[in-house]
Design a protein around this ligand. Sequence first.
Ligand code: AMP
Length: 396
Amino acid sequence: MIRSIADVDVSGKRVLTRVDLNVPQDEAQMITDDTRIVESLPTIRSIIDRGGVAVLMSHLGRPKGKHNTTYSLAPVAERLASLLHLPVAFAPDCIGAETLSIVNAATGGSVVLLENLRFHAEEEANDAAFAAELAKNGDIYCNDAFGTAHRAHASTAGVASLFAERCAGLLMQKELAYLGEALTAPKRPLVAVMGGSKISGKIDVIMSLLSKCDTILIGGGMMFTFLKARGADVGSSLVEEDRLALAADLLAQAEARGVRLLIPTDTVAATAFSNDAERAVVSTSEIPSGRMGLDIGPATIASFTHEILQAGTVVWNGPMGVFEMSNFEAGTRAVAEAMAEATAKGAITIVGGGDSAAAIAQFGLTHAVTHVSTGGGASLEFLEGKVLPGVDALRI
Ligand code: AMP
């Protein structure tokens, strides 16, 4: 069983909370997107509103195990304070005597943010002694960082077992509820929409979805490896030659299991990988040589939209085309709009993190779907059916 922070008595206790405050910043360390800080507020408020001390720990960027002011969480402490309308005490390290004295001086209802965990190489090594040092800063452990739950690090895995009282934060709980339910007890039909550049990063997830889904829609660069595996001419579209056999195997498995695996029938094919390149809608069975498919075409958009609108549950991971270029965003936009429409009709719609989350934000539809996962890699591993170490460590 995994307890929720909402069910733990935190009054007067120090709650050592792993949050994901890994926000993007510009060269002047100005935060360019504070979504992750905003997403962590419900758990922080749940702790401080009930008289607990929220002792927050996170990583930021890749400082490679060394102290580096470029990756300091100090600007995050400031933004957090302004969002909470409360002072946030900032500890200059995540372990050590000075940190402990700052944490212990904090009274119920206050917030302390520890400096970047990855200033210590022991964090990513899941070092036991380092985890024990971290553990000194709390009476209760809470993990609200779904985005790093697929990594066994000291702050996500090692430290958890040192606490009798350990629990999931509200954001983590939401992720587990939506992603878990989508897979174990989905409202059917369960439709998966898979895209992105390559099959290689998503083989395991497609395999796993084959045993659960009713329909799988394939778009993005990965569609051309499937098309070529079926014998089509794909011009100069992205193809993973070393995955052709695998793609053929996935097609055969889908057929054997009675899963409908839909491959686009048309594509927007351009003369170069550029927004300004000459482009034309062509059938995927005859992409002219010298042309590359950079988006799904209108007939495919109509068919995918139809499938999404029939679904009880939709899980989406990966863009349908090069959505970063305006001339090749239509397919991805159409999927995002169909997801929003399906949601309004009562379907459960889930967007995996990473590029699909960026795409749905680009179209202003983040709040029109049931759930947008905060963890790209973590949500993929979850959909693959893997045990996430940061989640497993919370079990009591
Ligand atoms: P991934 O990281 O594998 O999820 O892939 C995301 C990237 O795939 C995005 O940056 C898209 O621009 C890219 N992408 C989508 N469709 C295509 C395509 N047809 N050809 C090349 N790249 C694509």
